[in-house]
Design a protein around this ligand. Sequence first.
Ligand SMILES: Cc1ncc(COP(=O)(O)O)c(C=O)c1O
Length: 289
Amino acid sequence: MPLPVCYLNGEYQPLQQARVSPLDRAFLFADAVYEVLPVYAGRPFRLRQHLDRLHHSLAAIAIRPPLTHEQWAQVCAGLVQRNGGGDMYLYIQVTRGAEFGRNHAWPDNLAPTMFAYASPLALLPGEILENGVAAITAQDTRWARRDIKSTSLLANVLLKKQAVSTGAFEAILLQQGMLTEGSSTTVHVIQGGEIHTPPNSHDILPGTTRSVVEELAAAIGMPVRSVAVSEAQLRSAQEIWLGFSTRGVLPVTRLDGKPVGSGKPGPQFQRIHAAFLSYIDDLKSTPAL
Ligand SMILES: Cc1ncc(COP(=O)(O)O)c(C=O)c1O
């Protein structure tokens, strides 16, 4: 259940009363981009990286950023404060706006719609830390610009539903026999004690959690490499982790019904998870931006 107060075009208001036009291009064309970021102890986590990626997505679809990083930071702070502080995650969406009509080629004078709201953020349940989650593999049926965090998520939605309907948490996606990412997560594959993740490109979203994993791994002496991962390497991995903002790092312990490694969250996962928790703790009283 979301938290009660949202932000819409400069105003804070009850989420249940917020309204946008059905002519908004997000409704008609999914002509919009978004971000999701966690807030720990009232402090937005990796805010700069999320806002940089938002601006990358906006530039890629030719929308001028409606707010600066400092203004977005104020919007986030306003939402956190009005929703009671503590741990939560924020969803931010910018659409191209509404015109009186529907034209694929948009007029250039539209005012972007800005929307943000908050949801509660729970710690990783003990059950997941103990047993991990299941994933399935599926062909990556998405478009060719997955580096843009677009609300055009129909393929992701169908793939996630396919996973969930078989009792799995995530669909890990393959393209011509190579790993891309999960339907809503970055996939890390542990092989020979090294963390392998496919290089950032148009084929995957540049994950903010991935960059945290890279920094923490370097700090605790775990080798990490941006490298192509084949289906065979995925299937023979010692460990597989999913990285995403609302959960940090999650261990995959079953892939297509078969155990990954020992079938339990592995020793490398335990190390990165501990490093992640202490990193969040260290940041608590530092500025968000
Ligand atoms: C397709 C996809 N890949 C990767 C990620 C992970 O990105 P981040 O770690 O920035 O949440 C997400 C997050 O929602 C995603 O939707």
